[in-house]
Design a protein around this ligand. Structure first.
Ligand SMILES: [Fe+2]
Length: 270
């Protein structure tokens, strides 16, 4: 049995969403589906969610799971929207997410995510947020915001409940997987932290991260990582849409409710 993986890119936030499918049983899981936010008149857009809906329908798949790796701060999730389109699917997020509501299932370490006979498992990988989880299907792991591409380092740890020591430990767990393990990231902006432009990427390997990640590669120790991460976080500002995205994603909101938040934030029409 081979699962297939299909990436989708949301360009307003540089987010990757994925569909993991079991072609044998015709079932799939959607991971980290993003809504877009357009500056200006249009506000929220469901472009990427519609692409996923069209793709799933064109292939005749049944969506079993709508999975989140964590509460994204930079863009609203399409989980609530996709649930309204795929009523039999279960929405799920990490059980250690503070103040979470509205999801069908809360997941903990070792929980199974089954696409009929093909099952993945949940790994708790906190640090960026307390509730971050990764999803492992065979030799592919969807790692949310933990590691990014080697030239882009790691996820910030300065959101509420974030902790660089804890993220370091989570990353070491990921890096202890076999070298050929594929790691699918949540974000890529088409350039490294050095600013050099390159093609967008969504998948790397444990071996590549171990040898080349600019924050944790070459066996960087925890002390070194924490110093680097803390210094960098001090220079970062809040994500543009965090005041809308965080409450929307904590409650698995659908677009009508999210549009209400956008309007009350005064972002909807200018
Ligand atoms: Fe994040």
């Amino acid at each position: 049995m081979a699962l297939t993986i299909h990436p989708f890119f949301e360009s307003t936030s540089g987010s990757y969403s994925f569909v993991v499918a079991n072609p044998e049983s015709g079932t799939c899981a959607v991971i980290d589906a993003a809504l877009g936010i357009n500056e200006g008149e249009q506000g929220l857009n469901t472009d990427l969610a519609e692409l996923i809906v069209d793709w799933v329908k064109a292939h005749g798949f049944v969506v079993r799971w709508i999975l989140e790796t964590h509460v994204h701060a930079d863009r609203p999730s399409a989980a609530g929207y996709l649930k309204s389109r795929f009523l039999c699917a279960q929405t799920a997020i990490g059980a250690n997410t503070p103040d979470v509501s509205g999801y069908d299932v809360l997941l903990s370490e070792g929980d199974k995510i089954c696409l009929d006979h093909a099952c993945g498992r949940v790994m708790e990988t906190p640090g960026h947020t307390p509730g971050c989880v990764s999803y492992q299907f065979d030799d592919a792991v969807f790692i949310g915001d933990t590691l990014f591409m080697p030239d882009s380092g790691t996820a910030r740890c300065d959101f509420p409940g974030g902790n660089p020591q804890v993220l370091y430990a989570s990353i070491q767990r990921l890096l202890s997987l076999p070298g050929e393990t594929r790691l699918y990231v949540c974000h890529d902006y088409g350039k490294g932290l050095g600013g050099k432009h390159r093609r967008n990427r969504f998948v790397t390997t444990v071996a590549e991260e171990r040898s080349q990640n600019i924050h944790v590669g070459k066996r960087a120790c925890m002390e070194e990582f924490v110093r680097l991460r803390t210094a960098r976080d001090a220079t970062l500002s809040a994500p543009r849409w965090s005041a809308v995205s965080i409450p929307a994603n904590l409650a698995c909101m659908s677009p009508p409710a999210i549009n209400g938040l956008l309007r009350s934030e005064g972002h909807g029409h200018h």
